[in-house]
Design a protein around this ligand. Structure first.
Ligand code: PHE
Length: 345
C-alpha cells in the first residue's frame, strides 16, 4: 500500500512538471483526486484491509492528499503568473522608439530673468531683493510720487484692506500696504541699507490692477537697476544699457533714449531698440524699458547727500524681454502652464 501511495506521489509530481495550461492541470487533478482518481480509488481499498491497519493507512492517504492539494494550488498560481508575463511581453513592441525622457525645465520667465541678471553680474552688479507686499511709502512717497499721482489710484494699484494699515513706517501714523506696482521700491530699500557706491539689479514680481489681455497681466515681472556713485552721467547710463541690450539681443542692435517722465528720475527716458533680426519686430523702433538719472528728491528721502552722490536707475519688463526673444505674441501663455508651450524652452 505504501508503495502504491509513493508511486502516486511521484507520478503526480512528474506530470505536474509538464502541465502547460489550466485545462491540462484540471485533467491531471481529476485523474488523481477526482471521484475515479488514483488516490480516491486507493482510499476506497481501505475496506479490504484488516481493521487494525486501517487507521494508519487512512492517515497516510490523508497526508498524501494534503501534500498533492498544495502542489496543485501552487501550480495554479505558477500558471497564472506565467500567463501574465506572457501577455505583458507581447504588449511591448521592441521596434517602437523609446518613450521620451521627460524632465522638468525652467520657466521661460525664469530663463529670461537669469539671462538679464547674468549680463549685469558680469559687469559688477549684485542682486538685491525685497518683499512683494510693500508699504506705500517705499512704493511711492520715497520715489517722489505724490499723493495725487495716477499710479497711486485704486484703479491701478492693489491695496490691502484698511484694517491692515499701521503706523510708524518712516514715522507715518497710518500707512497703507500695497502689492508693489514696480521693483523701484527695491531702490529705496537698498539705499537705506547700503552706503554708495551701489550697483544692484533687482528682479522680481509686480502687481497692477490691470485687466488681462494679450499684453497685460495683473501679475508680471520686472528687473530694476540702480547705480549710485560720484559724478555719474547720462553717458554712463547709455553705455551700460547699450552693452546690456547688445548682449541680450545681438550686436546689430541700435538704441536710442527718448525723453519721458518718471517721478523718481530726472531727466527720464524710454529706451527704444532697433534690430534687423527680431522676427515680426525687426527693423522698427520698439520701446523696451524706462530709465533716468536718480532724482535728487529721492536721495533726500533716503538721506544721501545730493552734493556728493549721483546715479541712474532703470526698469525693464521680463515678460516683454521673453516675448521679444522668442516671438511670443500673447503674455497669457506664460501663466497657463500649458506643457505644449513650456516644453519649447
Ligand atoms: N518703475 C518704472 C515702471 O514701472 C520703470 C523705471 C524704473 C523707470 C527705473 C525709471 C527708472 O514703469
Amino acid at each position: 500500500m505504501q508503495e502504491k501511495l509513493q508511486a502516486i506521489v511521484s507520478e503526480t509530481e512528474s506530470a505536474l512538471g509538464s502541465v502547460e495550461d489550466m485545462p491540462g492541470l484540471e485533467q491531471l487533478k481529476a485523474s488523481v483526486l477526482g471521484g475515479n482518481g488514483s488516490l480516491t480509488v486507493l482510499m476506497k481499498s481501505i475496506a479490504s484491509l484488516p481493521p487494525e491497519e486501517r487507521p494508519a493507512f487512512g492517515q497516510a492517504v490523508n497526508k498524501v492528499k494534503n501534500h498533492l492539494a498544495e502542489l496543485f494550488k501552487n501550480a495554479v498560481s505558477d500558471l497564472n503568473s506565467a500567463a501574465d508575463a506572457k501577455a505583458l511581453g507581447e504588449a511591448v513592441d521592441v521596434t517602437l522608439p523609446p518613450p521620451g525622457n521627460y524632465t522638468g525645465g525652467l520657466h521661460p520667465l525664469t530663463l529670461a530673468t537669469r539671462e538679464v541678471v547674468s549680463i549685469f553680474r558680469a559687469i559688477g552688479f549684485t542682486v538685491a531683493e525685497a518683499t512683494e507686499v510693500e508699504s506705500e511709502w517705499f512704493c511711492f512717497d520715497a520715489l517722489n510720487t505724490p499723493e495725487d499721482h495716477p499710479a497711486r489710484d485704486e484703479q491701478d494699484t492693489l491695496y490691502f484692506p484698511a484694517e491692515t494699515r499701521f503706523g510708524n513706517v518712516q514715522g507715518k501714523a497710518d500707512e497703507a500696504f500695497v502689492m508693489r506696482t514696480h521693483t523701484s521700491s527695491v531702490q529705496i530699500r537698498t539705499m537705506m541699507e547700503e552706503q554708495p557706491p551701489i550697483r544692484v539689479i533687482a528682479p522680481g514680481r509686480c502687481f497692477r490692477r490691470d485687466t488681462v489681455d494679450a499684453t497685460h497681466s495683473a501679475n508680471f515681472h520686472q528687473t530694476e537697476g540702480l547705480f549710485v556713485d560720484r559724478k555719474v552721467t547720462i553717458e554712463d547710463l547709455k553705455a551700460v544699457l547699450d552693452h546690456f541690450l547688445r548682449e541680450l539681443f545681438g550686436k546689430q542692435v541700435k538704441t536710442r533714449l527718448r525723453p519721458s517722465f518718471f517721478p523718481f528720475t530726472e531727466p527720464s527716458f524710454e529706451v527704444d531698440l532697433f534690430s534687423p533680426n527680431l522676427g515680426r519686430l525687426s527693423n522698427q523702433w520698439i520701446e523696451i524699458m524706462g530709465c533716468g538719472m536718480v532724482d535728487p528728491a529721492v536721495f533726500d528721502q533716503v538721506g544721501l547727500d545730493t552734493g556728493e552722490w549721483s546715479g541712474y536707475a532703470f526698469g525693464l519688463g521680463i515678460e516683454r524681454v521673453a516675448m521679444m526673444l522668442h516671438g511670443i505674441d500673447d503674455i497669457r501663455h506664460f501663466y497657463q502652464n500649458d506643457q505644449r508651450f513650456l516644453k519649447q524652452f
